[in-house]
Design a protein around this ligand. Structure first.
Ligand SMILES: Nc1nc2c(ncn2[C@@H]2O[C@H](COP(=O)(O)OP(=O)(O)O)[C@@H](O)[C@H]2O)c(=O)[nH]1
Ligand SMILES: [Mg+2]
Ligand SMILES: [Zn+2]
Length: 310
């Protein structure tokens, strides 16, 4: 039979079959070896072939289809192996809020770089707009303009007014979408609104105090009744880590990539090179200051990282 992994807790996983049944499965030894470079052989989103033992009510994964893409988490232990968090992702929903909690533009830009490097399309969802006063509303509109201009779709919403819920559903239709963003921005609340049958646990903001950064939680996939599915990755703020070369970083800023074709030097990293088109566009306001500032901060961090580690 064929199916998709909707939950994986190490040795046991749950597979949703084509006929919408859920099967508990184990992973065959041989299949384990196939993904030896990762700590986990199988991840949420993997498409698999499996057989089911009716008598013992347990399935066996026989084969994993090649992954279209995947997001990883670096292991903290000495093995230096990474853990695949989820695979075969069509879209990332980055849920952000300008209040309770504040999502910084730096966080947004770092996330977008990761998604770009993974080759995952991203939409930015501004949630909790019921809490925004005039000033925050105009700030939000300013941010929307910045990101829409680059080509990112943005949607404003609130679980209370349910504004643009139709737009959100339209975006999710027939896609595998990973929900990301800081704790407390309303990911679970939004999922519950989109698919009321799921009843995901939501938390009061006050509950988040004292929550460790390293809470181990597993990604989980939730099929949508109207077509598509959502992947929730609790405890993972971004999309996991990708190594990006300093020389390549600006390529993951779509507006800089576009502008760079008219830089004098093909290896221009847009710092202080002569006839740099990125710097020209920054000067005349066509590239947002905040984006360039965050580019510099990533560049610097990356350089330090390299200095310290190599
Ligand atoms: N005012 C307001 N509160 C919201 C909204 N969405 C979520 N919340 C609240 O924010 C808190 C955290 O939500 P939750 O869904 O658990 O966030 P998650 O950590 O991203 O899954 C809960 O108390 C929700 O009721 C919204 O649109 N407006
Ligand atoms: Mg949640
Ligand atoms: Zn340049």
């Amino acid at each position: 039979m064929k199916g998709v992994i909707i939950k994986s807790t190490g040795s046991l996983c749950q597979v949703l079959s084509k006929n919408k049944q859920i099967y508990s499965c184990k992973i065959k030894g041989k299949t384990r070896l196939m993904n030896i470079e990762f700590t986990n052989p199988i991840a949420v989103g993997d498409r698999v072939e499996f057989s089911f033992d009716q008598k013992n009510q347990i399935g066996l994964i026989n084969n994993i289809e090649k992954r279209k893409n995947y997001i990883i988490r670096k292991s903290v232990n000495l093995s230096h192996k990474s853990q695949v968090i989820a695979s075969n992702i069509d879209l990332a929903f980055l849920i952000v809020t300008l209040v309770r909690p504040i999502t910084s533009l730096n966080f947004i830009d770092r996330f977008l770089v990761q998604a770009q490097a993974y080759g995952i399309d991203t939409q930015i969802i501004f949630n909790k707009i019921d809490l925004y006063d005039k000033k925050l509303m105009s700030e939000k509109e300013k941010y929307q303009k910045i990101y829409e201009k680059i080509g990112y779709k943005t949607i404003s919403t609130s679980i209370h007014t349910q504004k643009n819920l139709d737009k959100i559903k339209k975006s999710l239709f027939n896609k595998v979408t990973v929900f990301s963003g800081h704790s407390g921005v309303g990911k679970s609340s939004l999922v519950n609104l989109i698919e009321p049958g799921l009843c995901l646990k939501t938390k009061d903001i006050s509950d988040y105090h004292g929550q460790g950064v390293h809470t181990t939680t597993y990604a989980e996939m939730f099929p949508l009744s109207f077509g598509g599915s959502i992947i929730d990755t609790p405890g993972i703020k971004g999309l996991g880590l990708v190594d990006v070369d300093v020389d390549l970083l600006s390529r993951y800023f779509p507006e800089m990539l576009k502008a760079s074709h008219n830089c004098k030097f093909t290896n221009c990293i847009h710092l202080n090179e002569p006839e740099c088109n990125v710097l020209n566009k920054l000067k005349n306001g066509q590239i947002a200051k905040s984006r360039y500032k965050n580019y510099l901060s990533m560049l610097e961090k990356n350089t330090n990282y390299r200095k310290n580690n190599y």
